[in-house]
Write a protein that binds this ligand. Structure first.
Ligand code: DGY
Length: 332
């Protein structure tokens, strides 16, 4: 008998067809006020879930006692209670690698846009203010040759380092759980502690996953350590930054600008004080949002899900403990 899958993210047609060949697929639109109720109705009997950006709490998991795998169309897994999934023997998979370069591109788009005031000045032209040659009041700051400080030297951090060093002749500093000699050798990068990075970098780029140890990592104290001409870039998760502290730092002009792709509350409310600053470039969590990359992520998520349902170890398994529980059960 075919396994049952609940899908809560749209898939390209060919991938949907592939899933439908192998399983009975129920599509659920989780948006809107009734979204969660629709998901609840679909969960009983589900063996697999595929989607993203949804907090799957115990009350939802209780509705799907046969659940074997949750396949997330994301690299970040901060939405999931991994310990709880593991306890239940439910495998969690994600989609790393395929989005690394695109997300690093987004980081650089924010670096360039905020340093060169691209969004602000494009709006200024559109509003008819370009009447004469520009003067210093509209000048930006250089990117090339500056110091790039990367917080989190995982795959995306390394892709940023490569762009900074090879493309823009930047000096690269980084802070991560441990020094990475291979990164130092490839990009002439230097590992340092977070405070030193904040004091020296012209661009502080956040790429760490959200966890108990990174939540609120950049607060008032850390922002105060940054140079007044430095720019904060966040392509990690909104909660890595203490947002009220950032708003205060921007209000008091303690840093030059911020380029933000992620926010504590998403979608960002139009009432957010962050949107009042000309020197904030705010994008709607577009880190991996290109046609090519979203398709690659969807393909990866489908493969992960189908492998898990076929009793194979999925390529991008997040919780090894669940696999051990499953294989133990198979042996029994
Ligand atoms: C991820 O994959 O975690 C991204 O933030 C979603 O675009």
């Amino acid at each position: 008998m075919k396994k049952r899958i609940v899908l809560y993210k749209r898939l390209p047609e060919a991938l949907l067809a592939r899933l439908q060949q192998q399983a009975e697929v129920t599509w659920v639109d989780t948006t809107g006020t009734d979204g969660l109720a629709r998901l609840r109705d679909a969960l009983p009997g589900a063996h697999g879930l595929l989607g993203a950006s949804l907090r799957l709490d115990s009350s939802l998991l209780d509705l799907a006692p046969q659940l074997q795998v949750v396949s997330s169309v994301s690299v970040g897994v901060d939405n999931y209670d991994i310990a709880e999934l593991t306890r239940r023997g439910v495998m969690l998979t994600n989609t790393p690698d395929v989005l690394t370069e695109t997300t690093a591109d987004t980081g650089f788009a924010l670096i360039l846009a905020s340093a060169r005031r691209v969004v602000e000045l494009a709006g200024w032209v559109r509003d008819g203010h370009w009447q004469a040659n520009l003067g210093p009041a509209h000048f930006g700051t250089d990117v090339h040759g500056k110091t790039l400080g990367i917080v989190g030297m995982g795959r995306i951090g390394e892709a940023l380092a490569r762009r900074g060093a090879a493309g823009f002749g930047m000096r690269v500093l980084y802070h991560s759980s441990r020094p990475k000699p291979e990164v130092d050798a490839r990009y002439g990068a230097r590992y340092c502690d977070l405070d030193a990075l904040l004091r020296e970098a012209d661009f502080v780029c956040l790429t760490v996953p959200l966890s108990a140890s990174t939540e609120g990592l950049i607060g008032a104290r850390e922002l105060a350590l940054m140079k007044p001409e430095a720019i904060l870039i966040n392509i990690a998760r909104g909660r890595v930054v203490d947002e009220p502290a950032l708003i205060e730092a921007l209000r008091e002009k303690r840093i030059r600008a911020a380029g933000l792709d992620v926010f504590v509350q998403e979608p960002l409310s139009t009432a957010s004080p962050l949107l009042q600053f000309d020197n904030v470039v705010a994008t709607p969590h577009i880190g991996s949002a290109t046609h090519e990359t979203r398709e690659a992520m969807a393909r990866c998520a489908v493969e992960n899900l189908l492998s898990a349902l076929a009793g194979e170890r999925p390529m991008n398994l997040v919780n090894e403990g669940a696999w051990k529980a499953v294989t133990g059960a198979y042996k029994a």
